[in-house]
Design a protein around this ligand. Structure first.
Ligand code: FAD
Length: 288
């Protein structure tokens, strides 16, 4: 099933993202994550691809295949092209096809200082059009409600996003954000720019001060004063911060759904208990 088919049916699509466990994690940790996520009935689960095309690529394919074949949930495999040439992409597409995976999130990725970049695909839009022209995969792409870090402004970022959609991206998943107004403003601008594919809102619950500081420095998301107050008040109390962070995410999601967003993409950080708590608090809201 192509993911674009999930949208436009009068309800909010709910999807989850997992990452391949680190080599130091127990082998069965991904099963625990996926068992927990199956219980909340996500419409699809996406699997990230190692930064710069690093060694976890194999696991992306394996885990996406597992989700698709053993859990019977549509899987979306992330694929970055910063360190991949045409031959690498052809091979990865063949492998994903052999696993029965039908959907790809086509990304440029960030340069990994340990892996030399390749030049076949300069931007994600090049990868999107290549995959659309050479395969039957459903193709999704990333978008940035506050603009991509390298972009001089949101206008040029949205212009390049439109190129990605014109190249064949059928669905967009947003970078995490903490202020819904940023997302609603972005959505309006994207629609004005003629971007008419479904756009999912990416939500990451704040679970610890260190993880949020790391994410914010990596992606440049801004922290609204409400969240700054939460971090100041509960930052030294892990259990309280976790509770407040989950409550903040639930509040964000219910407001987004009330505002008519087409989909919520939950960055689960492989913590199914958090995803269950969030989904459990939204049961009636998700069915509206
Ligand atoms: P692009 O769409 O190519 O955009 C990158 C920058 O180039 C933007 O500033 C854009 O405005 C600009 N640009 C685009 N086209 C042009 C053009 N023609 N001329 C000039 N400038 C242009 N990274 C991983 O390593 N693995 C993952 O699994 C992963 N998953 C992600 C999932 C989501 C939902 C998101 C939002 C991000 C993810 N990332 C992942 C991070 C992503 O790889 C980085 O944000 C990367 O820097 C940009 O990738 P992109 O696909 O958005 O690139």
């Amino acid at each position: 099933m192509k993911l674009a088919e999930l949208f436009g049916k009068g309800r909010t699509v709910f999807s989850c993202e997992v990452f391949p466990p680190k080599k130091t994690s127990p082998v069965d940790s991904i099963y625990k994550t996926l068992d927990g996520l199956r219980d909340i009935h996500p419409d699809f689960i996406s699997v990230t691809f190692g930064a710069g095309g690093s060694q976890v690529n194999q696991s992306t394919r394996e885990i996406a295949g597992l989700i698709q074949n053993q859990y019977h949930i549509p899987a979306m495999a992330h694929l970055t092209c910063v360190a991949a040439g045409r031959e690498d992409v052809d091979r990865l597409l063949e492998e994903l096809k052999a696993e029965g995976v039908e959907n790809i999130l086509a990304l440029r990725g960030d340069v990994n200082p340990d892996i030399p970049p390749k030049t076949d695909f300069a931007h994600a839009s090049d990868l999107v059009s290549y995959i659309r022209a050479h395969s039957d995969f459903g193709v999704s792409a990333a978008c940035y409600p506050e603009g991509h870090l390298e972009s001089p402004d949101l206008v040029s970022d949205i212009r390049h996003l439109k190129e990605k959609v014109d190249a064949g991206a059928q669905h967009l998943v947003s970078q995490l954000f903490f202020d819904n107004e940023d997302f609603f403003r972005f959505l309006e601008r994207a629609r004005i720019a003629g971007i008419d594919v479904p756009i999912e809102a990416g939500i990451m619950p704040v679970l610890s001060r260190s993880s949020i500081q790391r994410m914010v420095s990596m992606c440049g998301a801004s922290l609204p004063s409400k969240l700054t107050r939460i971090l100041a008040r509960y930052g030294d109390h892990p259990a309280a911060l976790r509770e407040a962070g989950i409550a903040y995410a639930i509040d964000q999601i219910s407001d987004l759904i009330a505002g008519g967003v087409e989909g919520i993409h939950l960055y689960t950080m492989n913590d199914p208990a958090v995803a269950q708590q969030i989904a459990g608090s939204l049961t009636s809201i998700r069915s509206v």
